[in-house]
Design a protein around this ligand. Structure first.
Ligand SMILES: *[C@@H]1O[C@H](CO)[C@@H](O)[C@H](O)[C@H]1NC(C)=O
Ligand SMILES: *[C@@H]1O[C@H](CO)[C@@H](O)[C@H](O)[C@H]1NC(C)=O
Length: 489
């Protein structure tokens, strides 16, 4: 577009010069100059607007193109093959949202229990993760940016995003991380954020977008869960006070038909409650006060059709919490584009991971017989999708997690009216039991249910130990028997 304008400019300038020579009337010449300058300026303005959209249908902000297809994903190892882009391109999203760990920007040392440099266990003496240099981070962003499939997606789709710990710069890092200012710039460069964007001047990468014409608007709020986050287990803040003030304004601002809140870490599920002390994950659940604050803010804002999308955990699932606001609050977790729990073990053992996932109690997970697996989780590479049928009455909304071929592995079809506060005499209140299925927190499960994964794990260890002891006893007895026999002979 810009080159088209410059060609136009050159030709125009030639005409202008010719005009100047031929024309004898002074006024005529001056008018033609004015007229041509006006055309040039308007042309340049339109040109930049188009260029900002990156060649797709969007202008820089205030986009009023109707959006009905959105895809999102997280956890992409830039150095690993990323075949999933083909399925994402085939889904043909208008918007793609990065939910963090867009690259693995930190350096992971080998898993070592023993030796001079021990990276795991209570006796570890060096950190498992260390930050990388700026050059290293830039080169990692370059790898993904040059990926031909991702480049193809960028040509047709508006790409936006936020970050999680590994692209922030360090595993599980929060506000204490010293390289956050530099790394904010690198992420925004990667996302093609305009140089004059306010997002480059603020502390943290949070932002929001509104797409679509009035009445059919989708608001996408992207949170920064890193830059201001207090240490884990402090029950402090995740967003920090400035971001909270901003978020409050965003939620209380002009209405939108749908509001999607992108959080790198899970909002609804609190997996740590059922996997601790074996292992724990980062999530809003680990900051209970902060999570309540978020839910209260959404309830106070009286906004309908708010739901979350998240990443981080290396598996996909859909969860919902029915007792935060007056309609179910969904959290659609897609993780990761390359990183996935089942890939950690060889394929014949994948069933074990699924069994453990099924064994882990989860009061919030949406269970459905149409899920690919019984656990309704998905531990292989995946991406998330949101489809809106604006022509249906009432408007229909489909959320799903999809596999590497684009096929759904878990999903929910609903109408937008299900995500609205119910008026007292609405007939929907009859289905109140149905509406309030996912209300009890994981921490309130009976002890034996809540800890069944841990109990199962220790039982397995105990059985193994017993078997080992039995084996040793058997071997010793056999040797003794042999010795006695030898003596007798
Ligand atoms: C990313 O992929 C490369 C190549 O397969 C591998 O060596 C590296 O360990 C992976 N990194 C992570 C964080 O999984
Ligand atoms: C989530 O689980 C952790 C660990 O058990 C617990 O400390 C926290 O209070 C839980 N949060 C919520 C909201 O239930």
């Amino acid at each position: 577009m810009l080159s088209f304008i410059s060609v136009y400019l050159d030709d125009d300038m030639k005409t202008i010069l010719k005009d100047k020579i031929i024309s004898s009337g002074r006024w005529r010449c001056r008018w033609s100059w004015w007229w041509r300058w006006a055309v040039l300026i308007i042309g340049a303005v339109i040109g930049t607007q188009l260029a900002y959209g990156g060649g797709n249908a969007f202008t820089s902000k205030g986009e009023d193109v109707l959006v009905s297809r959105i895809a999102f994903g997280s956890c992409a190892n830039q150095s690993a093959p990323q075949p999933i882009w083909n399925a994402i391109i085939k889904f043909d999203p208008q918007v793609f949202i990065w939910l963090g760990d867009n690259i693995y920007g930190d350096i992971r040392r080998p898993f070592k229990l023993l030796g001079k440099e021990r990276t795991v266990g209570p006796w570890k003496n060096v950190p498992r993760f260390v930050p990388a240099s700026q050059e290293e981070l830039e080169s990692r962003y370059n790898i993904i940016k040059k990926n031909p499939d991702y480049s193809r997606l960028r040509k047709t789709t508006k790409v936006i995003g936020t970050w999680d710990d590994h692209d922030y710069g360090l595993n599980d890092a929060g506000k204490e991380f010293p390289e956050k200012v530099r790394n904010q710039r690198l992420l925004l460069d990667f996302l093609d954020e305009p140089q004059d964007s306010p997002r480059r001047k603020q502390a943290g990468v949070y932002t929001s977008y509104t797409f679509g014409p009035v009445g059919k608007q989708i608001k996408i709020i992207l949170l920064d869960t890193r830059y201001h986050r207090d240490p884990l287990n402090s029950d402090g803040s995740i967003l920090g006070s400035t971001q909270w003030t901003w978020l409050k304004k965003e939620l209380k601002g002009p209405a939108s038909a749908i509001t999607i809140i992108g959080s790198s870490i899970q909002v609804v599920s609190n997996l740590s409650a059922t996997t601790g002390p074996l292992f724990s994950m980062e999530s809003w659940g680990r900051f209970p006060k902060e999570r309540d604050h978020l839910f209260n803010l959404i309830a106070d804002s009286k906004r309908d059709a708010v739901f979350f999308i998240s990443g981080d955990v290396h598996f996909g699932e859909i969860t919902r919490y029915d007792c935060a606001v007056e309609y179910p609050l969904y959290d659609v977790t897609s993780s990761g584009l390359t990183q996935a729990v089942e890939k950690v073990v060889p394929p014949p053992l994948h069933f074990m991971v699924r069994f453990l996932a099924w064994l882990t109690p989860n009061t919030m997970r949406v269970m459905d017989r149409h899920c690919r697996h019984r656990s309704c989780t998905y531990g292989l590479p995946n991406f998330g999708t949101i489809e809106i049928d604006w022509n249906a009455t009432p408007v229909a909304l489909k959320i799903a997690i999809r596999d590497i071929n684009g096929f759904p592995v878990t999903g929910v079809d609903m109408s937008l009216s299900e995500l609205q506060a119910k008026t007292v005499n609405s007939d929907a209140s009859i289905k109140v039991g149905e509406q309030r299925r996912h209300c009890s927190l994981e921490v309130n499960l009976p002890w034996i249910v809540r800890h069944r994964l841990v109990i199962f794990f220790y039982c397995c260890i105990a059985v193994l130990l017993l078997a080992l002891v039995g084996l040793i006893i058997a071997v010793i007895s056999l040797i003794r028997l042999g010795l006695c026999k030898y003596k007798l002979d």
